[in-house]
Design a protein around this ligand. Structure first.
Ligand code: NIG
Ligand code: FE
Length: 397
C-alpha cells in the first residue's frame, strides 16, 4: 500500500456520481484541498484531507506533493478509431481547398481509402502504429481508451483489427482498452450491401462474441451509410449475443438515431451534430450517454453539437477525441476539453465529468473508473499544476 499526501487538491467526483452526471455545478467536482489518497496496485483504500489521514495509514511510504499538484482520475477517451493503416493527408489538403468530406467519400475516398490501406496492412504494422498512438494518448493523460474496428469492412480485416486491440491490452497493462466492433462503419464496394450485412449478422458478430474480441457493437447510421432499420437490426443481434451497443448518431444528417440509441438502452449516442429536439429529450430521459466530439466539428468546419441544450435538458454528456484519419486526426483529449469550454459552453464540472464519470458510463465502467473513492480502481494522474482547470486552459499542449 502507498499514499500521496499534501496534494493541492484531489478531485474525487463524488457529487457527480450522486447526480448521475446530470445538471452539474462547478463545485460537483468535489475537490479536497490538501488531500491524501491511500491505494494499492489495484484499488483506492482511502481519500480525504492529509490532516485526517487515519493513524493506521500514517506509517505508509508516502509521496509528499507540497500542495503543488492536483490529482484527478485517469482520463477516459471513450470514442476512438485507433487501428488503421495509411494516411489521408492528401485528402485533407483537398478538403482545405474546398472539397467536402462527403464529396471525397462519394468518389470512393474517405473511409474507403483507409479500408484499402488497412486490408493491405500486416497485423504487426497495424499493431505498431496503434501502440504508438496509444502512447501519445497516454502522454495526454488518457488511461482508458475505447478502440473501434471499422476499417476492414470484411470479416478477416475486422477480426484482424480487433485482435490488434487485444494485443494492445497485453502490451500496455498501464492502460485499459475497451474494444468496439464497428463493422457497420461504411458499405464495402466489393460486396453487395445485403451480403455484407448478412456477413456481419451471421459470421462476424458470432465470431467476435465467441473469441471475446469486443465489448461493444457500434453502427454508423447516416445518409450514404446504414439506415435506421439496418442499424437497429445489427444492434439487436449484438444485444442478443450479450454485447453492449452504441451508435454514431445524427452526425452528417438527422436520422433520429439518437432516439434509437435511447430506445435500445445503448451505452451512448455519439456525434449528435444534427440531433433534433425530440432526440435531445429522449437522451435526457434515458441512461444513454450523449458523447460529443468537438474535435470532429472543428476539423470538418461544422457547427458544434448542441451541448448546452443536452446538458440543460438533463443529459449525461461525455466528450471524446473521435481520433480517426478523416474527420479528426488528433489524440489530444485536453484539446477537446478546451473546445468544449470555448465553443460548447460547458462549465468546469461538466468538462471534468465528460472525460471521467460520464465517459466511464458510456463504456459501462462507472463502478470502477472515473472517480477517486474507496473501492474504485487506483487509476489516477498527478497533474503538474495545482488545479484541474489548468488542464483545459492550456490549448493543445
Ligand atoms: O467518427 N462518422 C464516421 N466515422 C468517423 C470518420 C471516419 C473517417 O473519415 O475515416 C467519425 O467521424
Ligand atoms: Fe467515430
Amino acid at each position: 500500500m502507498k499514499a500521496f499526501i499534501h496534494a493541492a487538491k484531489i478531485y474525487t467526483g463524488e457529487a457527480i456520481i450522486n447526480k448521475e452526471g446530470r445538471m452539474l455545478k462547478p463545485a460537483d467536482v468535489s475537490a479536497i484541498a490538501d488531500g491524501a489518497i491511500v491505494f494499492d496496485e489495484k484499488k483506492i483504500h482511502w481519500v480525504g484531507t492529509t490532516k485526517e489521514l487515519p493513524k493506521k495509514f500514517q506509517k505508509l511510504k508516502a509521496t509528499h506533493l507540497k500542495n503543488k499538484n492536483a490529482i484527478i482520475p485517469g482520463l477516459i477517451d471513450s470514442h476512438t478509431h485507433l487501428v488503421f493503416a495509411g494516411s489521408r493527408a492528401q485528402e485533407f489538403a483537398r478538403r482545405c481547398a474546398g472539397a467536402t468530406y462527403q464529396e471525397i467519400a462519394n468518389e470512393g475516398g474517405g473511409i474507403l481509402t483507409t479500408v484499402n490501406a488497412t486490408r493491405a496492412a500486416k497485423f504487426e504494422e497495424l499493431f505498431e502504429s496503434a501502440l504508438k498512438r496509444a502512447l501519445i494518448a497516454y502522454r495526454h493523460g488518457v488511461r482508458t481508451i475505447e478502440c473501434k474496428s471499422g476499417y476492414g469492412l470484411d470479416h478477416e480485416t475486422e477480426i484482424k483489427c480487433l485482435k490488434v486491440v487485444a494485443a494492445l491490452k497485453q502490451a500496455l497493462p498501464q492502460m485499459t482498452f475497451i474494444s468496439t466492433y464497428l463493422g457497420a462503419h461504411a458499405i464495402p464496394i466489393d460486396q453487395k450491401r445485403s451480403q455484407y450485412i448478412d456477413e456481419m449478422l451471421h459470421k462476424t458478430l458470432p465470431a467476435v462474441k465467441k473469441a471475446r474480441l469486443a465489448d461493444i457493437c457500434d453502427v454508423f447510421i447516416d445518409e450514404g451509410y446504414y439506415s435506421l432499420a439496418e442499424g437497429e437490426r445489427i444492434l439487436r443481434t449484438a444485444k442478443k449475443l450479450g454485447l453492449h451497443t452504441k451508435i454514431h448518431a445524427d452526425e452528417l444528417t438527422n436520422s433520429e438515431s439518437a432516439r434509437l440509441a435511447a430506445k435500445l438502452h445503448s451505452l451512448s449516442a455519439d456525434h449528435l451534430l444534427k440531433i433534433s429536439e425530440k432526440g435531445i429529450a429522449a437522451l435526457a430521459k434515458s441512461d444513454t450517454v450523449a458523447t460529443l466530439l468537438p474535435g470532429t466539428a472543428f476539423y470538418l468546419k461544422e457547427k458544434y453539437a448542441p451541448a448546452r441544450a443536452l446538458l440543460d435538458a438533463g443529459a449525461c454528456v461525455a466528450v471524446a477525441t473521435d481520433f480517426n484519419p478523416g474527420s479528426c486526426y488528433s489524440l489530444n483529449l485536453p484539446l477537446m476539453m478546451n473546445l468544449s469550454a470555448l465553443y460548447m459552453h460547458m462549465n468546469s464540472a461538466e468538462i471534468f465529468a465528460s472525460v471521467t464519470y460520464s465517459a466511464a458510463k458510456s463504456l459501462g465502467l462507472q463502478e470502477t473508473k472515473g472517480a477517486l473513492l474507496p473501492g474504485y480502481d487506483s487509476d489516477f494522474i498527478v497533474l503538474p499544476y495545482d488545479h484541474f482547470e489548468e488542464m483545459y486552459y492550456r490549448m493543445g499542449w
